[in-house]
Design a protein. Structure first.
Length: 132
C-alpha cells in the first residue's frame, strides 16, 4: 500500500519525498515489488534530500545494484559507485560495492565492443530530474 501511495505522490509531485526512514522503506519496497524505475527514483530522491543521513552510503550501494542488475545500466551503476565513499561502509557492503564495480566495468566494456550494445547503454541512462 505504501509503495502504491508513493507512486501516486510522485505522479502529482515528481520531486516529493517522505521523511528519511519512510523514504528508504518505500524505496526498498518498490525494489522488492520489482518496480525498479520507481525504486531508482525513490533512492535518488533519498540521496538528494538526505545528504547527512548515515544510511546514504548503503543506499548508494543499493542503487548501484539496482541500476546494474535490474535496470541493466552499467554506466549508471558506475556513476553511482563513483560517488561512493567506501571508507564509510562496513566490510560486507564494501565487498558488494567492489563486486558491483567490477561487474559494471566488465559489462560496460563488453557493450562497447558489441555492435548495437553501446547505443542501448547510452539510451538507458538515468531519467531526467522530475520524472519517475
Amino acid at each position: 500500500l505504501a509503495a502504491q501511495l508513493y507512486r501516486e505522490l510522485l505522479a502529482e509531485s515528481p520531486e516529493a519525498s517522505l521523511p528519511a526512514a519512510l523514504q528508504l522503506d518505500v524505496a526498498n519496497q518498490l525494489a522488492v515489488e520489482g518496480d525498479a524505475q520507481t525504486a531508482r527514483r525513490a533512492y535518488t530522491i533519498y540521496l538528494e534530500r538526505f545528504r547527512s543521513e548515515p544510511a546514504r552510503h548503503d543506499v548508494r550501494v543499493m542503487l548501484a545494484a539496482l541500476e546494474l542488475r535490474r535496470l541493466d545500466d552499467p554506466r549508471a551503476a558506475l556513476a553511482t559507485l563513483a560517488q561512493l565513499d567506501r571508507s564509510r561502509l562496513l566490510d560486507a557492503p564494501r565487498a558488494l560495492a567492489d563486486r558491483l564495480h567490477a561487474e559494471a566495468t566488465a559489462r560496460a566494456a563488453q557493450r562497447a565492443t558489441v555492435p548495437g550494445e553501446a547505443a542501448k547503454d547510452t539510451a538507458s541512462t538515468r531519467p531526467p530530474r522530475g520524472r519517475a
